[in-house]
Write a protein that binds this ligand. Structure first.
Ligand SMILES: NC(=O)C1=CN([C@@H]2O[C@H](COP(=O)(O)OP(=O)(O)OC[C@H]3O[C@@H](n4cnc5c(N)ncnc54)[C@H](OP(=O)(O)O)[C@@H]3O)[C@@H](O)[C@H]2O)C=CC1
Ligand SMILES: CC(C)(CO)C(=O)C(=O)O
Length: 313
């Protein structure tokens, strides 16, 4: 099976690397020329969270021009959400009329962007319970869990043979995933966690551990997550506070200092996924009549920060 990973940064290299180890034909397609050239020349270098250096993974292709890859049976999109529309527009060469398109991007809204372009039979979406960091061109930190690294479903429901095969590649490489019609439940839990962690920590310029052990950082991040959870409940998703609190507690217990994807964006003075994370909570809160003043404050701060990088001290 030929699989294209559109947006092969931290997460794209994690997902693509595992599919390759599981036996699929995997092409990475990414804007970052140096990153693609390094992988094409030397293979993808993975570092484990414990510092272990894996043998380089030889991909079937690592290209900047989608035409060099050509059509794929499955395309997995893993750009940041704000670049998804443009990435799809620039990558028509990857798709034929049957290509299945999957997103594991954080937040709310990527699936709707896919549905603007592809019929529901061809679209799947889900959530990533694993992580990664791009440390230099060709080299990423890969982190995975023992179970449920990706939780996903097809928009139309039911499993199709292509998706089944995909699950087998993941399983074979020691990266178990879970196909479930309950995906939205997990997606909303992860969204609440991302709302708690991504914008607040990026705005405070703090790794999780230091924000959570500070009394005001602790209260602030709880307030953000509780508002997001209220919105989830109003929409009928049974998000549990214990699941969110557990993520924070684990970050404290393990002295977790890895930056989240949004913090990397702010560090690099780039745009963030604000509209797909806390921005989506504010929007959905308005729809269901749940006030979200704390999230709205963070969203306005982040929009301002993104527009004013050039003037910041
Ligand atoms: N990192 C993590 O631990 C986790 C991330 N996620 C989610 O996964 C998604 C990806 O995040 P992450 O991997 O961290 O992001 P990265 O920024 O590391 O990777 C995204 C890649 O997409 C590339 N890209 C941007 N525009 C295009 C385009 N038009 N065509 C091709 N490639 C393009 C970027 O290139 P360039 O940099 O040159 O613009 C970059 O290399 C996000 O939705 C994130 O929220 C989910 C769980 C954990
Ligand atoms: C770090 C993690 C896994 C949770 O906040 C994440 O989803 C991100 O970096 O965006």
């Amino acid at each position: 099976m030929k699989i294209g990973i559109l947006g092969a940064g931290a997460m794209g290299c994690n997902v693509g690397g595992h599919l390759k180890l599981g036996g699929a034909e995997v092409w990475l397609i990414d804007k970052n020329q140096e990153h693609m050239k390094k992988i094409a020349d030397k293979g993808l270098l993975w570092i484990g969270t414990d510092g272990y250096v894996y043998p380089p993974i030889q991909m079937d292709g690592a290209v900047t021009d989608p035409k060099e890859c050509g059509t794929c049976e499955v395309v997995i999109v893993l750009t940041k959400c704000q670049y998804l529309r443009i990435a799809l527009d620039e990558s028509a060469a990857l798709f034929d009329k049957d290509t299945i398109v999957l997103t594991f991007q954080n937040g709310l809204g990527a699936e709707d962007i896919l549905l603007e372009k592809f019929s529901p039979e061809r679209v799947g979406y889900g959530v990533a319970y694993c992580g990664g960091q791009l440390i230099e061109a060709g080299k990423t930190v890969m982190s995975r869990s023992k179970d449920k690294n990706l939780i996903f479903r097809c928009v139309k429901g039911g499993e199709n043979p292509t998706v089944k095969k995909l699950e087998q590649y993941f399983e074979k490489s020691g990266f178990p995933v879970c196909y479930t019609e309950e995906t939205d439940q997990y997606l909303w839990t992860k969204l609440c966690v991302n709302c708690m962690a991504n914008l607040p920590l990026a705005l405070m310029h703090l790794p999780g551990y230091y924000a959570y052990v500070d009394e005001d950082g602790d209260v602030l991040t709880d307030m953000v997550a509780k508002e997001a959870m209220e919105v989830a409940h109003a929409l009928g998703y049974a998000v549990c506070w214990e699941d969110i609190a557990q993520v924070k507690q684990k970050a404290i217990d393990t002295k977790y200092v890895t930056l989240n994807s949004c913090s990397y964006d702010v560090k690099n003075k780039c745009s963030t996924e604000v509209e797909f994370l806390n921005g989506a909570i504010v929007k959905m809160g308005k729809k269901v009549g749940v006030p979200t003043p704390v999230n709205e404050t963070l969203v306005r701060m982040m929009r301002c920060v993104e527009r004013t990088y050039a003037y910041q001290f």
